[in-house]
Ligand binder design. Sequence first.
Ligand code: C2E
Ligand code: CA
Ligand code: CA
Ligand code: CA
Length: 282
Amino acid sequence: GMERMVANTHAMSNGPGKPGTSDAGFVERIRDAIDRQELSMVYQPQADVFTNRLTGFEALSRWRLSDGTMLPPDVFVPMAEQGDAIHLLGEWTLRAACTAAAGWLRAGILDVPVSVNLSARQLDDPGLVLKVLGVLAETGLPAANLKLELTETAMFSQGADAREALMQLRGAGIRMVLDDFGTGWSSLATLRRVPVEALKIDKQFVQAMVEDRDAAAIVQAVIALAHALDLTVVAEGVETAEQRLYLQAYRCDTLQGYWLSRPLSADGVAEFLAERRVVIGR
Ligand code: C2E
Ligand code: CA
Ligand code: CA
Ligand code: CA
C-alpha cells in the first residue's frame, strides 16, 4: 500500500548506496501498475497569452494506487529514474499521450500538439529515437503534433550520442521544449547549440513575479532573450489574471496554469473544449 511506497521513497533518498532498493523490483512494480491500469495521463491546456487561442496540451502522468491514493509524479518519476524503470514508464507515457492526441485528431476534435516530458535518463537509451518514431507510426500521430519537454540538465549535460538523438528527433519533425528554464545553469552559448523551439519558464518565477521585482526582471529578461533567439516562451503555473497581465506586458507567447485549467482527464478535455473557454482553430 501507500505506506510501503512512501517508506520506499524515504529509503531511496537515504544516501547514495541505496542498499535494499532493488531496481528490478521497481521495474516489476511499474509493469504491474501498467497491467492494473493504475497509471493514467492528464492533459493541461496551453493558450496564447493575448488571444486565448488553444496552442496545445502538456501530458502529465498520474499513478492511482489500488487503495485510491494518488501518487504524485514528483515522487514516482524520480524513483523510476534511479534505474531502468524510467524506460518502461517513459515509453508507456509517450504511447498513452500519442494515442489520445491521435484519437482527438482523427475525430476532428482537435489539431494541436501534445507535449510529453522526457527524462534525462531516457536519452541514455540508444533505442530511444526508434521507439519514439515507432510510437508515432503505431498511433498515427504526425510528428508535427508531438513536442518533447526536456529539462536543462537533460539538454546540456549529455554526451555526443544524446545530442545526436535530439538532432534525429528534431530532424524527424518533433519539436523540443526546454523545460523548467531558470532552475538550472544553462549558458547563452549552450542555448544556441540545442535544437529547441521554445523555452518554458518555471512556475517559481511566474508565481513570484507579481510580488518580487527580481523575479519579474528574470521573467522579462528570459522572454527578451528567447525572442532574440527566435524561440517562443511558455509560462507555466499561471494561476491569476494579474499574472496573465504581467505576461502580456512582457510579450510572453503562451501560458499554462490553473488560471486556464487544471490538468484534465481525456474526458475532461472534451468538456473543456465544449465550454469554449479557449479559442479553437486558427
Ligand atoms: P513540470 O514538467 O514542470 O510540470 C508542471 C507541473 O506544474 C505539473 O505538476 C502541473 O500539474 C503543475 N501545475 C500546472 N499548473 C499549475 C498552477 O497553476 N499552479 C501550480 N502550483 N502548479 C501547476 P505535476 O503534474 O505534479 O508534475 C510534476 C513534475 O513531474 C513535472 O513538472 C515533471 O517534471 C514530472 N512529470 C510529470 N509527468 C511526467 C512524465 O510523464 N514523464 C516525466 N519524465 N516526468 C513527468
Ligand atoms: Ca514539463
Ligand atoms: Ca516546472
Ligand atoms: Ca519539472
